[in-house]
Structures are given as C-alpha cells and as structure tokens.
Design a protein around this ligand. Sequence first.
Ligand SMILES: *Cc1c(COP(=O)(O)O)cnc(C)c1O
Length: 496
Amino acid sequence: MSQSSASQKYSAVSGIQHEEALLFEHAHEAAESINLPGVNRDVPASLQSFARQTPANIPGLSEPETVRHFVRLSQWNHGIETGFYPLGSCTMKYNPRVNEQVVRLPGLAHIHPDQPEDSVQGALALLHELQQWLGEISGLPHVTLQPAAGAHGELVGLMIIRACLDARGDTHRKKVLVPDSAHGTNPASAALCGMHTVELKSGPDGRIDLEALKQHLDGDTAALMMTNPNTAGAFESDVREICDLVHAAGGLVYGDGANLNALVGVARPGDMGIDCLHINVHKTFSTPHGGGGPGAGPVAVNDTLAPFLPVPRIIKNGDIYQLQHSHDASIGPVLGTPGQIGVLLRANAYIAAFGRNHLHKIAEDAVLNANYVLHRLKGAYDVPFEGHCKHECLLTDTIQNRHGVKTLDIAKRLIDLGFHPMTVYFPLIVHGAMLIEPTETESRETLDAFCDAMLEIAAQCEAGDTQALHDAPVRPIRRRLDETQAARNPVLVWAD
Ligand SMILES: *Cc1c(COP(=O)(O)O)cnc(C)c1O
C-alpha cells in the first residue's frame, strides 16, 4: 500500500490528523528493527519447510523508531496510572505495584500451561487458594477459574445452568429473563447458549419490577439474569423474593457479578439466593483492563450446579495440587488452559493484601466515594433515581439539554479538563445516562477535582457559554472521532 492511500484510509476511519501518528506508513522499505537468528540454527530440519518463503509484510523500521512510535502512543493515552478514570460498570481501580511483582516472579511468569503438575505446584496452590477465596466471597463454594472474561463467564454459567436443566429433564426450558438495565453481554450470552431472552422492564425506581417478573415466569423459564447492584447503581433490595419466585417457577438465578465491588466482604450473592455468578476479577480485584483486556471471569456456583462445572478442575489431594480432567456431568473444558494466570494471580494478590478481615473496606470505601460524588453533583445534574447509590452513581443530561448540551459534550469536555469521561449512554433505561464509578482507590482530593470540573461544566452551560462544550475536546491529539464510521468500517491492520 502506498503511503498516501494508507494515510487516507486511516484518517477517514479514526479522525487522525497528525502526520506523526502515521509512523508505520513512513516505514522505509528495508530497515529492520530486529535481527532474527537464521532458521538453520534452532529449527529442526523436519520443520524447516514451514519457514515462510516471502518476507513478511510488516513496516520496515529501526528499533529506535519502533520504540518511539509505541512510547508516543502510550503518552497520548489516558490510563488509570495517568489520571482519574471513573468509567461506570468497569471498576477501573488502581492496580497496586505489588501485584506486578507477584506476577513477574520467575517461577510464575515463566511457566507453561502444559508443564507437568509436579513442576507447577506453587502456581496451582495460588490458583486453588483463589478458588477458595472467590467461593467464600461469593457465598457460592464451587469455582472454575477458566472463563477468560466476564462475558465468557456468562456463557459458561448459562451452559452450566443448561446442563443442570437438561439433567433434570427440563430440556424445554429455554427462556431467559433479562432486565432492560442489563449489560448487553447478558442477552448475547443467552443467545449464544441457544436460549431466547425476554426483556423485563424496570420499575420507576430503576429496579426489577416484581409484577413484570411474575408475568413472565412460567414453565419455559430457564433462568433470570440479574445484576446486583444493578447498572443504575441501585441495590435490588427485593433480591430474596426475586430468587424465591424464580426458583418456585422451576428456574435458576444467574448473577452478573460485574458490580461485586459494591458488596465484597460485606454481603454475599450466594446468601441472597443467586445460584451461579461470574466474577470480573479484572474489575473487583484490580488488573488494568482498559482497551479490552486482559481479563478473567471465574464462575462460582452452589452445590446443585457443582457437578456441571468445567474440567480440568484444580483440586487439592492431601498436600498435592492436581488438575482433575474428567467428571461425569461436566460441560467440559472452556479454555485451553486452567485460566488466565496473570490476571488470576493479580486478583489473589489484591485479596491477600486486604485479608479476610479487611476485604469489606473495598466495598465500603467504593460506596462512600460514589455517594460523595453523587452528593456534590446532584442539583447541578439530574439524578433519575432517588436515594443512596452503591459503588457508582447515575446522572443524566436533562438539565443541560435546555441549553442544547448533551452527555457527549460533557464527556468530551472532561477530557479537556484532564479526566477520563464516565460511562455514557449506559444503562439504556434513562435518557442521556452518565454513570460514574470512582472506586475505592481515589483520594478525596481527586474526587473533589473531578466534581469541581463537572460543576464548572454545568455552570458554563447555565451561563450559555456552551461553545467550548460543543468543540471539546481541543487539548488531546484527537478531536471528536467519527465513531459510526469507526464501528462500521474499522481498519485494524497496518496494510491489507
Ligand atoms: C463489564 C461487564 C460485563 C462483561 O464483562 P467483561 O469482562 O467485559 O466481558 C458484564 N456485565 C456488566 C454489568 C459489566 O459491567
């Protein structure tokens, strides 16, 4: 591809206006950033026919050029280590350095998933310990660490529920009830699992409406998927009754555990009647997961669902840790390895740093911080649902709409003021949603600085000084992107 056509394609899609962003298109034909050893040296003769015959179509750049390219990109980014990142539902908390020290220990960093069990006893011990922790924290004692993300956990959890229903002879139960406030992955996972979803309309307080639930519960119901606290930051206070109703109708309750940060160490989904829960360890238990990964979504289940958990299972036999590869009723393996070890070990380190007696501080401080932000911003911003929030607070742009300003303008202006925007336009149950999740790792000074910025935006709006809001962002290297174009026609590779 010629330089100019590559540049045009890139800028059309991502709005890039700065030539230096296109370093890869400035590649010289021949420069090499790395010298690979000759194929003869380490590859057995039998494998040499696999060697590529033509040079790879990759940019010809020297090592310093390559390093500068990536370091520059990293400097243009906003991460949890450069600033406040209150992205609701994502729990973007600070990732303690000690986690990184743990995962870089050579005995953990340099092992291979196919190594003999007796040579990875330490890693298996830590993973087993994490299983125990997650079982205790969730109140659902049987845990698989395999799922590679929250969404994968949803699919695995529903596969477990499916297997249980089938084993009971309830093969016809295919209906999954999903509140309209749910994360989009919930209905997607149900569909992937061969079930069909029915949307439950939320009540006027943003919570599950018991009457709507009763209307839809019947002999075809396989499960209810519920998120508690829900994506409006509200605790589903009827959770016991909701679970009882679903169980009485012969269904099971799936818990989306993405919001566990509001409960950890304080209350347990298993005690509330949830049968099966995924835990986004990359949210609740640190790990930087911006940009789509890495993550892990362990699934915890009660005694009824335990036989159906995936294999291999990490078990302790006397003093020895083992991978148990077969189990009659199991749904089978769901990942090529026992789990995403780096993310899981960081979660173990985060939990261990608090310890059993102090885990509750995570939830308490997260909830306190969210309520502090809510308290400072209400009045200036519309609060759709009354009362305290849990670990995140929900606002809307209704007040600002009177001046022609929308949630998107507010979010973009925050970038100019040095903050990562909150989650916007989610949950879908309110118009112009802004979902703010500060997490427990932020100081009062940071929360105040963020609230001051939000209040400054609201004041600008009231004063009719709205041009800066529509123009934002002006400070970062990118202005507003053509997001529709980027979603519909993404160019994800350097050259085709
Ligand atoms: C993040 C999230 C998910 C999906 O989890 P991933 O780990 O991103 O796949 C599901 N539900 C809710 C409420 C979430 O916030």
